[in-house]
Design a protein around this ligand. Sequence first.
Ligand code: PLP
Length: 429
Amino acid sequence: MPTDKSAETLIFDRRESEARSYCRGFPVVFTRANGSVLTDSSGKSYIDFLAGCSSLNYGHNDADMKAALIDHISRDGIAHGLDMHTDAKAEFLEAFEDKILAPRGMDHKVMFTGPTGANAVEAAMKIARKKTGRTNIIAFTNGFHGVTLGALAATGNGYHRGGGSVPLNGVTRMPFDGYFGDKVDTADIAERMIADPAGGIDAPAAFMLETVQGEGGLNAASAEWVRKIADMAKRHGALLIIDDIQAGVGRTGKFFSFEEWGVTPDVITMAKSVSGFGLPMALTLVRPEHDIFGPAEHNGTFRGNNHAFVTARVAIEKFWANDAFEKEIAEKADVLEAALLEIAELVPGAFLKGRGMMRGVDVGSGDLASQICSAAFENGLVIETSGNEDQVVKVLAPLTTPMNEFRKGLDILLEATRSVMGQMKIAAE
Ligand code: PLP
């Protein structure tokens, strides 16, 4: 990472809050972006393996979404609509119903929440509590659900939790799939504790989980484990909430991360790539029997980003009308796995994490992962870490990345790992 502060970044140091984060690892000023390539003010290009933390699954400035948005703006289409009926919203809902929900046999209602993932999670947790009359939500180790106080209570990361500065209540933490290794079935532990009248676990309103823990280190739950949790939720009168904010919209291979498993969550949270264009938009999908909020009970001014509705509709029509995109994702996921295996071989003890196009390498230490990401950045690749100690080098490339660019990015990552490991060897000698 360059240590010299160029004059153009001084304004950020001087005026932007210390809460800024991603920019610290990539200390340049980005000026343009197209597809999977970002360009900085000096004209240097970077392949983007961060993709707005999976908010840009279709890449930057997709030509069709951009054209539809420009057309919408040029004809004075509605920009902000509260939650009033608009043509853009109707067209989005029709596309979402036709191409996403109906083909998957899903009867969920679509609740437009405030535009962040955290707000969709807040709505989901409130629905579960209101519906069941219970407070306790079961969340899992290493889960990340956002940093507003309700969602933060369900988030495991101690650093983020500390930022809340109040007691974070109403959530019981259980071990995620694989938390104690392969031989311990953590769903059985949860079942035992919840079923035991003296287990100390209050009757749950919901179980809330990510199928792949995006921020928590790409821990991927197995289908069997998620099915067990779904079954447990039903038996204990609790709702199943799947937080698909990072793992959804194709990231793990299909539109929803759970859709091949025969699991129908009561509530699903979506944000990040749902608008397709990186515009703020979040949804809480709710089975009709749980659609219990009265008008404005979970309110918010920014629930009607019509620009996002326009691009989200185009994204659905362009990428989800047939299975071609899913096949493309599967092909890239194979390439990704092969490349990451090669990278893992360079680091003693390293191993692969994740599923589909949401994968990475656990290199064993946050310091090493950060050195690899910095070396990659020097060579034109934007990539971040994840995990309880930031020890996972995490690839979140746009799913639309052309294969040659994808391979080029993976080569940069391989070389960065090789170079960092080489320097470490020299230092140790
Ligand atoms: N849930 C998951 C699984 C996430 O990965 C995130 C963000 O990374 C959130 C919720 C919170 O979303 P937001 O940052 O938009 O509030």
